[in-house]
Ligand binder design. Structure first.
Ligand code: 13P
Length: 332
């Protein structure tokens, strides 16, 4: 996953989120349609050239292709590590406007079962909303999760997503992100988590979605790298960004800008929306469009692989690829 020119395909949307995306293109949210769509993604020819890992939802980890090949075997055949989302979603935290992430109680047992099924890495996503003020529980849960899953042999992705929601400018995002990552690493160290065997999934440091001032790719890259350099130990294996509602094009341009000079870590992508948005719209449940949709996914993976090397050059871009996928109060 941290080889040059490679990143991660996030395809771990919960049934509710996957369902709303499917319904958005006129496809009914039933298990068979979720399976068909995910089969299209993972059987994309040569996907493994630029995708080193795929994060799956629990249901998907146990599914198979129409020809009976398990999804785990199909991914391994492409040289892609199967991963699994292990958090059990967000719940309101009493007496605050914050949320907390469920799933720690039985995590050791579940991790052992996921490893047995073929998963080799995993993800836990907590969220931070800048307008809601400093988070209290987001980072403590992340550290306990990372410690538990490392003991089960899984590589944790540590993801405190700072949502795009808000009118704040890039400087305020920088302050909050610096605080979040300082706290995250304090708790990771307190829990004896091995930095060499984990990946981070940060949001890029940019302005809030409703901020009137927009920043260039170079500015976003500069703020993001300054924040990471001051907070993230070089031993950390990889920084795999989420796309967070940025357009497909911006996600690639921002990553490319961050890789114009060497970084202490592998700086790459773990995008869901920025890899899948146009793919899903193109397929829209019609298997006659499968090849076209897969070609788009292969191209988006290749372009982000180029951005990981700092060598992306934008060509013709469709409207869909340049439109933001931002949704307020985004739930995964
Ligand atoms: P995007 O923000 O890239 O859609 O993905 C979010 C995520 O956490 C996927 O694992």
């Amino acid at each position: 996953m941290t080889m040059a020119g490679k990143g991660i395909l996030a395809m771990d949307e919960s049934n509710a989120t996957c369902g709303s995306r499917l319904e958005g293109v006129g496809v009914e949210n039933i298990e068979e349609n979720r399976r068909r769509y995910r089969e299209l993604l993972i059987t994309t020819p040569d996907l493994g050239e630029h995708i080193g890992g795929a994060i799956l939802f629990e249901e998907t980890l146990y599914q198979s292709c129409a020809d009976g090949t398990s999804f785990v075997d199909a991914l391994n055949a492409q040289g892609i590590y199967p991963g699994i989302k292990v958090d059990k979603g967000l719940r309101p935290l009493a007496n605050t406007s914050e949320s907390w992430c469920q799933g720690l109680d039985d995590l050791a047992d579940r991790s052992a079962a996921y490893y047995e099924q073929g998963a080799r890495f995993c993800k836990w996503r907590s969220v931070v909303s800048i307008p809601d003020g400093p988070p209290r529980t987001a980072v403590t849960g992340l550290a306990r999760y990372a410690a538990i899953v490392q003991n089960a042999g899984l590589v944790p992705i540590v993801e405190p997503e700072i949502l795009l929601d808000g009118e704040h400018g890039i400087d305020e995002t920088f302050e909050v992100a610096s605080w979040v990552w300082a706290e995250t690493f304090k708790y990771l160290a307190d829990n004896n988590v091995s930095f060499e065997r984990m990946l981070l999934k940060p949001s890029m440091v940019g302005p809030g979605a409703d901020c009137p001032t927009r920043n260039t790719a170079e500015e976003v890259a500069d703020y993001t790298l300054r924040m990471l350099n001051s907070r993230v130990p070089p031993a950390t294996a990889g920084i795999m960004f989420l796309s967070g509602g940025l357009s497909e094009l911006d996600s690639t341009l921002y990553l490319n800008a961050m890789n114009q000079s060497p970084n202490p870590w592998h700086v790459s992508f773990s995008y869901a929306r920025a890899l899948q948005n146009t793919v899903l719209k193109t397929w829209a449940g019609d298997d006659a469009k499968k090849d076209e949709a897969q070609a788009i996914l292969a191209r988006r993976a290749r372009e982000n692989g180029q951005a990981q090397l700092g060598k992306f050059v934008a060509g013709d871009v469709s409207d869909s690829e340049s439109e933001s996928t931002y949704q307020k109060n985004y739930v995964y």
